[in-house]
Write a protein that binds this ligand. Structure first.
Ligand code: SAM
Length: 209
């Protein structure tokens, strides 16, 4: 299977519904981020340090619901391999900005190397730290995407405080083992469950211990 075939399958199965997500996923080769002979399978894979890159169907589904537009400022929690970071970079374009935080310094280093292969990565800033507190220095954000499981999200959570009034968050919220992917809208202070999922835990002050 090729990257193009992977994207076509995701489109046929309804995970990709928009032209912009299709174009982004066609432009970013998943094989760059995975040391494995089957990089285009719809499955999560280890990326080192006990962490994973999510299945491409989940990545596509989250991005469709995040509703990113060109020029936006997006905060990503959990850089991992950097795959989703580069997709976000493509979606916000040169006038936009992606800030991504990773807790494990070895993965931050791996993502940095992977990102160097894409010339549209000038709009990305990578940081090492506890992303469960968000990243106050660059707030407010148009969008926040969380790629590790978090226990709860309410209106006094740092992610919500660091979000613009018309901003959205997509995050897996629930227990350490099972979560629901939710879309949170600040304007209405509402969360909508969109998919049952299993993510690795967000470890930190506002995550799990
Ligand atoms: N988005 C990544 C990709 O495309 O490869 C996959 C992310 S992986 C499912 C979740 C990541 O969250 C792991 O790399 C993990 O180390 C990171 N993580 C866990 N707790 C964190 C925290 N408090 N702050 C930042 N990153 C954290």
């Amino acid at each position: 299977m090729s990257n193009q075939e992977m994207v076509e399958k995701l489109r046929q199965r309804g995970y990709i519904t928009s032209k912009k997500i299709e174009e982004a996923m066609l432009s970013v080769d998943r094989a760059i981020f995975i040391k494995n002979s089957f990089p285009y399978e719809d499955t999560p894979y280890p990326v080192g340090m006990g962490q994973t890159i999510s299945a491409p169907s989940v990545v596509a589904f989250m991005l469709e619901h995040l509703d990113v537009e060109r020029g936006m400022k997006v905060l990503e929690i959990g850089t991992g391999s950097g795959y989703n970071t580069v997709l976000l970079s493509y979606l916000v374009g040169s006038g936009g900005h992606v800030i991504s935080i990773e807790k494990i310094s070895e993965l931050h280093g791996i993502a940095k190397k992977n990102l160097a292969k894409y010339n549209f990565s000038q709009n990305i800033e990578l940081y090492i730290g506890d992303g469960s507190c968000g990243y106050e220095e660059q707030a407010p954000y148009d969008r926040i995407i969380v790629t590790a499981a978090m226990p709860n999200l309410d209106k006094i959570h740092p992610f919500v405080i660091q979000l613009k009034e018309d901003g959205k968050i997509v995050a897996p919220v629930g227990s350490r083992l099972y979560q629901d992917l939710i879309v949170y809208e600040k304007k209405t202070n509402t969360s909508r469950k969109i998919l049952p999922v299993m993510f690795v835990p967000l470890i930190g002050k506002y995550g799990f211990q």
